[in-house]
Ligand binder design. Structure first.
Ligand SMILES: N[C@H](CCC[C@H](N)C(=O)O)C(=O)O
Length: 309
């Protein structure tokens, strides 16, 4: 599980703000998020409040929360304000902080468009994993320049139900372990984290992807996400899977000099990942705003803290 020190400590000791909190719900290939617009970074969103909002029974429900803040108003994004007006302060369902969320940044850009903050179809979004450029196409597709993958040498072995697989270490700003399996059912019940070793390879926890082939440059995946459990999709995970598959298939674009594209089926839809010879990775997929509403201040102040399911 992720290191608890990775959560956001309360900004102040004052009780959580009682101001009604506007929220929206959105998803990208059914990886769903609570969106909390807060341009001036005025809300106090410590880990337990995020977990309450993401709780699927007692709260709004989501795999994570997108805190929408102007870059100039957040200490972790001020130095990116010249390049990107908005900062995606991403939190997992358990309240832990993650460096990057691929599906989340597509939904974040869709929210900016929905809220009238965009004048064009292109936007730069500041994230803990750097500034990401997003293109919102007229056909509904959203393409993110995800940057380059890092491929640390050290890997782990993942074990489920008496079967073990080597897992490729791929970092997309956040950590991933990619295991190629014969059948996605071999991943078993991913409501809990599959055991892996050595744990020291991922001191802050890891997202674990299981991948099966579906055809030439076509794979399917399931994922246990750090700080959330099994999700219907993981954008950074799909990028990590495409990078690992290209290395397995001898199609590393740096070596061949030509871009390589993989279609990655996730439980909630399909993502298309292209890696270019310079290492830049583009991810294309949908992003949907489902609803908007307001959190009842009385609930906000009184909701019991529950560990996310
Ligand atoms: N659970 C991930 C963050 C969300 C990643 C995923 N939802 C995506 O679309 O990339 C982590 O702790 O690194």
């Amino acid at each position: 599980m992720p290191d608890p020190t990775r959560t956001i400590e309360p900004v102040s000791t004052e009780p959580v703000t009682s101001a009604p909190v506007a929220f929206l719900k959105g998803h990208g290939t059914e990886n769903d998020f609570v969106i909390v617009p807060d341009p001036d970074n005025a809300l106090d969103l410590p880990a337990d409040v995020v977990a309450r909002l993401c709780d699927r029974r007692a709260g709004i429900g989501g795999d994570g929360l997108l805190h929408v803040v102007r870059s100039a108003a957040h200490p972790e994004a001020r130095d990116m304000a010249g390049e990107a007006d908005w900062f995606m302060d991403y939190r997992n369902a358990d309240g832990s902080v993650a460096e990057m969320c691929g599906n989340g940044v597509r939904v974040f850009a869709r929210y900016l468009q929905h809220a009238g903050h965009l004048t064009a179809g292109d936007v730069a979004v500041a994230t803990r994993g750097g500034v990401k450029r997003v293109h919102l196409a007229k056909n509904g597709d959203v393409t993110v320049s995800m940057g380059r993958a890092r491929l640390p040498e050290d890997g782990v072995t993942v074990t489920v139900g008496g079967r073990s697989w080597p897992a490729r270490n791929v970092n997309m700003g956040n950590p991933h372990a990619v295991a190629f399996v014969e059948d996605l059912d071999h991943a078993g019940d991913l409501s809990t984290e599959p055991p892996y070793s050595p744990a020291a390879v991922y001191p802050d926890g890891v997202n674990i992807e299981f991948v099966a082939d579906r055809g030439p440059r076509h794979v399917a995946m399931r994922v246990h996400e750090r700080g959330a459990a099994e999700t219907r999709s993981c954008g950074t995970g799909a990028c990590a899977v495409a990078v690992a598959a290209a290395r397995r298939d001898g199609a590393d674009p740096a070596g061949t000099g030509t871009p390589v594209t993989y279609t990655v089926d996730v439980l909630g839809g399909t993502l298309v990942i292209t890696e270019h010879p310079d290492g830049e990775i583009e991810m294309t997929g949908p992003a949907v705003i489902v609803a908007e509403g307001r959190v009842d201040p009385a609930w906000f102040a009184s909701a019991p803290v529950r560990t996310p399911c």
